[in-house]
Ligand binder design. Structure first.
Ligand code: THU
Length: 161
């Protein structure tokens, strides 16, 4: 038996003021968009901004439903919308912000990680994930691989089309 270890890397910013101009603007736009979340059941508002390689930014918010499982997370709303409108453009970044939060940001659910991961595998270039929750610090991951090590990588299935 061998014990193994993996390491992940991410950057922490004390505030948006320390980020590059475009990142700063994207976090602000995503936060402005929190008002559009439809979260009457959880009261947990989430907003996401997808930055594409053509410069276009696509927003999304969590959308809940009284039949609970029918709702969808903000980042999936945003990335599905982006890839529906711009299927041939690469996703460069996914910003995910929440209204509530302190010290450290909330990080995305497993299903969203898997969805973003598949686009990252398809486009063969990393997707940065930027997280901020309320007054929290900002975390930036350079690839979904850092948030989803040992992802289900169905390369064989993807190759079939
Ligand atoms: N939610 C997101 O929008 N993104 C996540 O990554 C985790 C959770 C939403 C789903 C639901 O509307 C609310 O947050 C509470 O779970």
């Amino acid at each position: 038996m061998t014990n193994k270890k993996i390491e992940i890397n991410y950057s922490e910013y004390e505030s948006v003021k320390h980020m590059e101009e475009n990142d700063f603007q994207c976090v602000n736009s995503a936060e402005d968009n929190l008002k559009n979340a439809y979260a009457p059941y959880s009261k947990f508002k989430v907003s996401s901004l997808v930055q594409l390689d053509n410069g276009i930014k696509v927003l999304g918010t969590n959308q809940e439903n009284m039949a609970y499982p029918s709702g969808l997370c903000a980042e999936r709303v945003a990335i599905f919308s982006a890839k529906s409108q711009y299927p041939d453009n690469k996703v460069e970044q996914v910003f995910i912000v929440t209204e509530q939060g302190n010290e450290t940001p909330f990080s995305p659910c497993g299903a969203c990680r898997q969805v973003i991961m598949e686009y990252e595998m398809n486009q063969k270039s990393p997707i940065q994930i930027i997280l901020k929750s309320g007054n929290s610090k900002i975390w930036k991951f350079n690839s979904m691989k850092d948030l989803l090590p040992f992802a289900f990588e169905a390369e064989e299935i993807l190759k079939k089309d």
